[in-house]
Write a new protein. Structure first.
Length: 165
């Protein structure tokens, strides 16, 4: 199977950036993290974009950023947790490449991310976060491939390389 574009989706803390970089290196592909690209383009951290503008503004930016990347080839894209949970974005990614869901349990997400000041959604509180997590699973689960994100990043990359071979 050959894919020109691989999209990694999943909740915060699922390891999309770590796995994405390793995978891109193994394939000789470019790696792009949508959050980092947005931060570079806007000259601001994600937290600041949420504060100075709004979440809605950020959501528009991330969809536009994804659309810009759909035309590139030999690319691994690490998406923000909300982008892969957007049904329209999911459809676009599935049309253009292989979509891989890094499925992280809620408690593991908390262990990995609880203290991160640049993840504004953490401010919403535990109950709301868990609701969001449950709701997002419905969209993430439309991905072509599901991987257990509690595994070591290199192991996940090896699994993907086998699928892609
Ligand atoms: C978000 C996840 C973040 C970032 C933003 C919003 C979300 O990306 O895009 O803080 O809605 O889940 P990561 O999934 O890389 O943490």
């Amino acid at each position: 199977m050959s894919f020109e574009r691989i999209f990694l989706v999943g909740f915060m803390g699922s390891g999309k950036s770590t796995v994405g970089k390793l995978l891109a290196d193994s394939l000789g592909y470019e790696f792009v993290d949508t959050d980092l690209l947005i931060e570079q383009r806007e000259g601001m951290k994600i937290g600041e974009i949420f504060e100075r503008f709004s979440e809605e503004y950020f959501r528009k930016l991330e969809l536009a950023t994804l659309k810009d990347l759909l035309g590139r080839s030999r690319i691994v894209v690490g998406t923000g947790g909300g982008l892969g949970a957007n049904p329209h974005a999911m459809d676009l990614m599935k049309e253009k490449g292989l979509v891989v869901w890094l499925d992280v349990p809620f408690d593991v997400f908390l262990q990995r991310c609880a203290e991160d000041p640049n993840r504004p959604l953490l401010k919403m509180g535990l109950e709301k976060l868990e609701e969001l997590y449950t709701k997002r699973m419905e969209v993430y689960s439309k991905a072509h491939v599901r991987l257990d994100a509690t595994r070591e990043p290199q192991e996940l990359v090896n699994q993907l390389l086998q699928i892609l071979r």
